[in-house]
Design a protein around this ligand. Structure first.
Ligand code: SRM
Ligand code: SF4
Length: 535
């Protein structure tokens, strides 16, 4: 393929223009040159946009100190990989840190452009990639965080997620077939009964579902079934997304596929989206806008045509029938004598020392494996019963608790103003401080899921929370101040649905009292004094 991509039919917005001039992925072969030029001398479009095709994000908030977004299929990495990531941020001292993201992934901060060739070599040596993790590419593919550990799981998502990533990114080397989508694209595969991946907020999601009955239907492998069958597969959801303009839960494609059919279906859907997705207005480019324009039946028919065969209709019901688990604490694995522990990482923020320590405990107590959740926490699997006792006394657990408070354990926050230029408010530090204050004043009978997001882009997913807080500009005493819109009613797990905005423009300085009231009125929280008297 050449650097020049097919010019879309509609009038071109500035993003489509620069993509048509030079494919984003072309930047991959220019890293050495860019590194020697330095960030101030390099072409501005390469710096601000095309570098995102290799996962490198210019941060106007911290010019010269870039962010790097990795790919972590199914949220899994090894202790060696974690140490490499730690070494990368360690060299940047106070500027260097990392965040676990809401897509089971890691972002590194403080990166200097001159170090990129060295960093990419280090990644390559341990099988890490950051390719195509930003801009008009497919984001980190999420899977069940306890895949292969959970006695109740329906499908171990790990291999399938890896296969999809390998196909879409050419095994992490970059794939021009999918480097010029109309917009970003999110894929998730659920393997358990609790919808751990938030299937409903992805452009494409696979949800466990059995086909059963005495069939006159044809199985995915083409064989005709005439006896009673109960076959595992996935119902397919499409079009879920959040944006500043519009938020939608994914809708059924009315398709059921076997695990073997997931890969070709991903490819077919992405090809249909790539070649037909709306490109004139970036605010209307996500997959759902195409589905709106065509209708789901036409979209499905186009996908079938790409696939070269008919899709089976969806199974009548899916297998998502549990409340969502947060995995914080100690849990038995399906393997006799083994356990996994879920460590709470406050708002997902890690420093080099933490990352080395997590690698250490994964090696010393487990099998060297580390996993991440979409709640921005860490799971260490494969800990034997005998080692578990010692792990429970490890000093790292004072920092990364197995039993945090009822608000702390479910707290999620996007990056916010510290590093993100879209942010209307500071999020992570404010979120931690506010939760601490509320936990000191109130007692709870159950966790309450509070999600913070710094602007309407909704990276912190406020619409899936019990209480979602979205940064906005508010007014107080005639002055513009940092504020939030409050979302409520987000339901995760079984019967997941999105929450909606219930209060607008609350100044952050008044938020503590507002949250306190909401927690008492809607979530059964009690002031500590009162709780003492009634107990
Ligand atoms: Fe996001 C853009 C951070 C998950 C919707 N997101 C951004 C940028 C790249 C903006 C920028 O250049 O500054 C943010 C980088 C800030 C930084 O320095 O960290 C950013 N998004 C994040 C992360 C790190 C939030 C977090 O703290 O966890 C998440 C990274 C996930 C990953 O590993 O790939 C992240 N972003 C999400 C999600 C949640 C999800 O995927 O489940 C969403 C909503 C779901 C969706 O996309 O449908 C989300 N981010 C957006 C949007 C709105 C997209 C749209 O269609 O309009 C933008 C803005 C854009 O793309 O133009 C955006
Ligand atoms: Fe930045 Fe807004 Fe996304 Fe938060 S929600 S990371 S402030 S773009």
């Amino acid at each position: 393929m050449t650097d020049t991509v097919t010019t879309p039919k509609a009038s071109l917005n500035k993003f489509e223009k620069f993509k048509a001039e030079k494919d984003g992925l072309a930047i991959k072969s220019e890293i050495e040159k860019i590194a020697s030029l330095g960030w101030e001398a390099m072409d501005a479009t390469d710096r601000d946009h095309r570098l995102k095709w290799v996962g490198v994000f210019f941060r106007p908030v911290t010019p010269g100190k870039f962010m790097m977004r990795m790919r972590m299929p199914n949220g899994i990495l090894t202790s060696d990989q974690m140490r490499v990531l730690a070494e990368v941020v360690q060299r940047y001292g106070d500027d260097g840190n990392a965040d676990i993201t809401t897509r089971q992934n890691i972002q590194l901060r403080g990166i200097r452009i001159e170090d990129l060739p060295h960093i990419f070599n280090k990644f390559h040596a341990v099988g890490l990639t950051s390719v195509q993790s930003g801009m008009d590419n497919i984001r980190n593919i999420t899977g069940d965080p306890i895949a292969g550990l959970d006695a109740d799981e329906l499908y171990d998502t790990r291999e399938l997620v890896q296969q999809i990533q390998d196909m879409l990114t050419n095994k992490g080397e970059g794939n021009r077939e999918f480097s010029n989508l109309p917009r970003k694209f999110n894929i998730a595969i659920a393997g358990g009964r609790d919808n751990s991946v938030h299937a409903e907020i992805n452009d494409l999601a696979f949800v466990p579902a059995f086909k059963e009955g005495i069939g006159d239907w044809v199985l995915g492998n083409g064989e005709e079934s005439s006896t009673y069958q109960k076959v595992f597969g996935f119902n397919v959801l499409v079009g879920g997304f959040f944006s500043a303009k519009r938020c939608e839960a994914a809708i059924p494609l009315n398709a059921w596929v076997t695990p073997e059919e997931v890969l070709p279906l991903c490819r077919a859907i992405l090809e249909v989206y790539r070649d037909n997705g709306l490109r004139a207005n970036r605010l209307k480019s996500r997959l759902m806008w195409l589905i709106d324009e065509w209708g789901i039946d036409k979209f499905r028919a186009e996908v079938e045509q790409r696939l070269g065969k008919s899709l089976l209709p969806a199974a009548p019901k899916d297998e998502i029938d549990w409340e969502k688990r947060d995995h914080i604490g100690v849990y038995k694995q399906k393997q006799e004598g083994l356990n996994y522990v879920g460590l709470h990482i406050p708002v997902g923020r890690l420093y080099a020392e933490d990352m080395f320590e997590l690698a250490r405990i994964a090696d010393v107590y487990g099998s060297g494996e580390i996993r991440m959740t979409v709640e921005q926490n860490i799971i260490i699997p494969n800990i034997t019963d005998s080692r578990l006792r010692t792990l429970l006394t490890d000093p790292l657990l004072e920092r990364f608790s197995l039993d945090p408070g009822a608000l702390t354990r479910s707290l999620v926050s996007c990056t916010g103003a510290q590093f993100c230029n879209f942010a209307l408010i500071e999020t992570k530090n404010r979120a931690l401080e506010m939760i601490k204050g509320l936990e000191a004043e109130l007692t709870f009978t159950r966790p309450v899921r509070i999600h913070w997001t710094g602007c309407p882009n909704s990276c912190g997913q406020p619409q899936v929370a019990d209480i979602g807080l979205m940064g906005t500009k508010a007014r107080k005493n005639g002055k513009a101040v940092e504020g939030v819109d409050i979302y409520m009613g987000g339901k995760v797990g079984k019967d997941a649905h999105l929450g909606s905005c219930v209060q607008k423009g609350i100044p952050c300085e008044d938020l503590h009292l507002v949250l306190r009231d909401l927690l008492i009125t809607n979530f059964g929280a009690k002031p500590r004094q009162e709780a003492l008297v009634t107990s």
